[in-house]
Design a protein around this ligand. Structure first.
Ligand code: MG
Length: 263
């Protein structure tokens, strides 16, 4: 072995021994943290029950948290009776006064038992996960009667409308209450307004995962390919008054929790 090789071998052995020593010196405490401390939250008794830190968007009493989408100076005019909210198709979409970024949301919806129509014209509404303008501008999670109603699969209940098919169809028959539990990660944008990270969504429909961290291609686009054309920050949450001729559906028990990293 020449001198150079000897030195290399020796240094390799020393480095190796050093690694072994570093391993031995590591303690389990090194990877255990005591801060930040997660905020204390009192959970609901059921998933429908709002946790203590939730914003109740509709608690059965009134629409004080909502405005008309096309004129945000106007209070929402959908009908509230017997603890439930029913779409008024003549007045247009409604959205929250407050804006949200990343959040967890619970919402219950019911298509009336006497529903008529077929395809997209049977109990159509939508939950816009972020409203980015008037009308249907935003990212739509479809609401539709798909218990026994055929339509394009990326337009079914539980689909991110015209972007992805739900992973399952756990639809209940019209007349029964159904639930959406959503985890929404808002898109982020670069200084030049191009998209930095796409929006992401996980959805449980009647407790069944139908979207699992799906990355959205952009806001919902009825014709053509979706893409991010508009940078935006925190946005309202919107409900759709679809123009189909079928009987209007109802909502109840809507709450949202902002998802913030512990400080
Ligand atoms: Mg819709």
């Amino acid at each position: 072995m020449n001198l150079k090789k000897t030195i290399l071998t020796a240094s390799f052995l020393i480095t190796g021994l050093g690694m072994v020593n570093a391993q031995q010196a590591a303690k389990h405490e090194d990877t255990e943290f005591y801060t930040p401390v997660p905020a204390k939250v009192t959970p609901g008794r059921t998933v429908a029950d709002a946790p203590s830190d939730a914003v109740r968007l509709f608690d059965g009493k009134d629409l004080s948290q909502w405005v008309m989408t096309d004129d945000r100076t106007k209070p929402a005019t959908w009908k509230v009776a017997n603890g439930i909210l029913t779409v008024d198709k003549t007045s247009g979409n409604i959205e929250t006064k407050q804006s949200f970024n990343n959040y967890q949301l619970h919402l219950e919806w019911r298509i009336p038992a006497n529903i008529t129509g077929e395809g997209q014209a049977r109990g159509n509404s939508g939950l816009f996960l972020a409203s980015i303008g008037k009308g249907d501008a935003g990212y739509e999670l479809q609401i539709l009667d798909n218990y026994k109603n055929k339509t394009y699969t990326n337009g079914m209940a539980g689909s991110v409308y015209k972007q992805t098919t739900p992973l399952a169809n756990p639809s209940r028959p019209a007349g029964e209450w159904q639930t959406y539990d959503v985890i929404w990660t808002a898109p982020t944008f670069n200084d030049d307004k191009t998209v930095k990270t796409p929006a992401k969504v996980t959805v449980l429909f009647n407790g069944v995962v139908v979207q699992n961290g799906f990355e959205l291609k952009g806001p919902t686009q009825y014709v053509g390919q979706p893409s991010y054309k508009q940078a935006h920050g925190p946005s309202p949450i919107k409900l759709q008054a679809h123009g189909d001729k079928s009987e209007p559906l109802s909502f109840r028990n809507i709450w949202v929790r902002e998802i913030n990293e512990p400080k």
